[in-house]
Ligand binder design. Structure first.
Ligand code: SF4
Length: 361
C-alpha cells in the first residue's frame, strides 16, 4: 500500500505562531496546480510498481484556498477511485456549502478542519481568520452534507489559556461528535510574530506544569468520551484513525508532491525545495528540485523507535531495547506489555529524552 501527499502552500494570511512553509502569493495558485500535475508525471516511477494507493492527503498551507476547478484538475489526475481515504485540510473561513458539496463529488471523504480553538480570544491571539461561530457552523454544515469522517485540530498551552478555557474547548469539540481530534501544544517557532512577542517579554508563556495538566486532561476526557489515543497527538473514535498519518508511522511508502513536500520509498527520504518560485521554475523546465538522503540501517532503526514510541501500539520489546528501557520501565514512564514497549502518559511528557536514550548511536 502507498500514499500520496500533496502540499498546497498558499494561505490567505499568516497565523502568528506559524513556522510551516507557506506563502500568501495567491496569484500563483493555478500555475502551481499545473506544476503539481507535471511533477506527478515526472515522478510516475517513484512509488513501487503495482503498489495500490490507499490514501491521498491534500495538506498545507491552506488547500481550501484552491478554486474548485484547480482542485478538480488535481484530483482527476490522482488515483482517487482506488484510495480508501482522501483528506483535505480546510480552514473554516473557506468552507462554503458549494465547496463542501463539490469536494464530495470530487471524491474527498475526510475533512481535517483547522479549528485550533472555539474561544474568540484565543483565535484572535493566534491571528486565525475564522471566528468560533463560523467554525461551529461549518462543522454542522459538513455533517449535514454527509461527511462522516471529520477531524478537527485543537491547540493548547496558549498564553492566557486557563484550564477552564481549555476544558470548554474540549467540551465544545466533543459536542459535535466528530470522528477524530488532533491536538498540539503551542510551540514558539523562531522568526514567527509569536516568537518575537515572547522575546520582547510581551506575553507570559504557559508553564510546563499547566501544559502537562492540560494534556493529561485531554487524554482522560477524550478517553471517557470513547476516543482511542492512538498516537501522541491523535485521538479517534473506533475505526477512524487517520490511515494516511498512520502510514507515516508504519513504514509505508508515500510520494509527496509540491514545494516543500517530503517523500519516502522504504530506502530513502527526499524533500522538494521549499521555495515556491524555484519549485515552479524547475518543474516547468522538466526537473524536480529535491534533496535526497539514503537511510542507513541505523537511521532506519532509529526512525522505527522514534515513530513507534509515539503510537499506542509502541515498539517490539527486543532484548536490546529492554536493556536500555529498564530505568523508564522502573519509573513508570514506559510499560512493558505483551512484548511491546509503550510510552505511558508520564513517559509522553519526556518522550524525546526516552527516544534519544533508546536509539542506536
Ligand atoms: S493557515 Fe496553517 S499554514 Fe497557513 S499560516 Fe496559518 S498555521 Fe500556517
Amino acid at each position: 500500500m502507498a500514499g500520496i501527499y500533496v502540499h498546497i502552500p498558499f494561505c490567505y494570511s499568516r497565523c502568528s505562531y506559524c513556522g510551516f512553509f507557506s506563502t500568501t502569493e495567491l496569484s500563483q495558485r493555478s500555475i502551481y496546480v499545473d506544476a503539481l500535475l507535471k511533477e506527478y508525471q515526472l515522478r510516475a516511477d517513484y512509488l513501487p510498481q503495482g503498489e495500490p494507493v490507499r490514501t491521498i492527503y491534500i495538506g498545507g498551507g491552506t488547500p481550501s484556498q484552491l478554486a474548485n476547478k484547480d482542485l478538480e484538475r488535481l484530483l482527476r489526475a490522482l488515483p482517487v477511485a482506488e484510495a480508501e481515504e482522501v483528506t483535505i485540510e480546510a480552514n473554516p473561513s473557506d468552507m462554503t456549502e458549494a465547496k463542501l458539496r463539490a469536494w464530495r463529488e470530487m471524491g474527498i471523504n475526510r475533512l481535517s478542519i483547522g479549528v485550533q480553538s472555539f474561544d474568540e480570544g484565543m483565535l484572535a491571539f493566534l491571528n486565525r481568520r475564522h471566528g468560533s461561530k463560523q467554525a461551529k457552523k461549518v462543522i454542522r454544515l459538513a455533517q449535514d452534507i454527509g461527511y462522516t469522517n471529520i477531524s478537527i485540530d485543537l491547540m493548547y498551552a496558549m498564553p492566557y489559556q486557563t484550564m477552564e478555557r481549555w476544558q470548554a474547548d474540549i467540551e465544545t469539540a466533543l459536542s459535535f461528535g466528530v470522528q477524530h481530534i488532533s491536538s498540539y501544544c503551542l510551540s514558539y517557532e523562531q522568526g514567527t510574530p509569536l516568537w518575537r512577542l515572547r522575546e520582547k517579554g510581551g506575553l507570559r508563556e504557559t508553564d510546563d506544569e499547566l501544559a502537562n495538566e492540560m494534556y493529561a486532561y485531554l487524554c482522560q476526557r477524550l478517553n471517557e468520551a470513547g476516543y482511542k489515543h492512538y498516537e501522541v497527538s491523535n485521538f479517534a473514535l473506533p475505526g477512524y484513525n487517520s490511515r494516511h498519518n498512520s502510514s507515516y508511522w508504519n513504514d509505508t511508502p508515500y510520494i509527496g508532491l509540491g514545494a516543500g513536500a517530503h517523500s519516502y520509498n522504504g530506502r530513502s527520504r527526499q524533500w522538494n525545495v521549499d521555495n515556491l518560485h524555484k519549485y515552479l521554475r524547475e518543474i516547468m523546465n522538466g526537473k524536480v528540485p529535491f534533496k535526497r538522503e539514503r537511510l542507513t540501517d541505523t537511521q532506519r532503526y532509529n526512525e522505527h523507535v522514534m515513530l513507534g514510541l509515539r503510537t499506542s501500539k509502541g515498539i517490539e520489546a527486543t532484548d536490546e531495547l529492554l536493556k536500555k528501557a529498564q530505568p523508564y520501565i522502573a519509573t513508570g514512564k514506559l510499560s512493558h506489555t505483551e512484548g511491546q514497549l509503550i510510552a505511558t502518559l508520564d513517559g509522553i511528557n519526556i518522550l524525546n529524552t526516552i527516544i534519544t536514550d533508546l536509539m542506536r548511536e
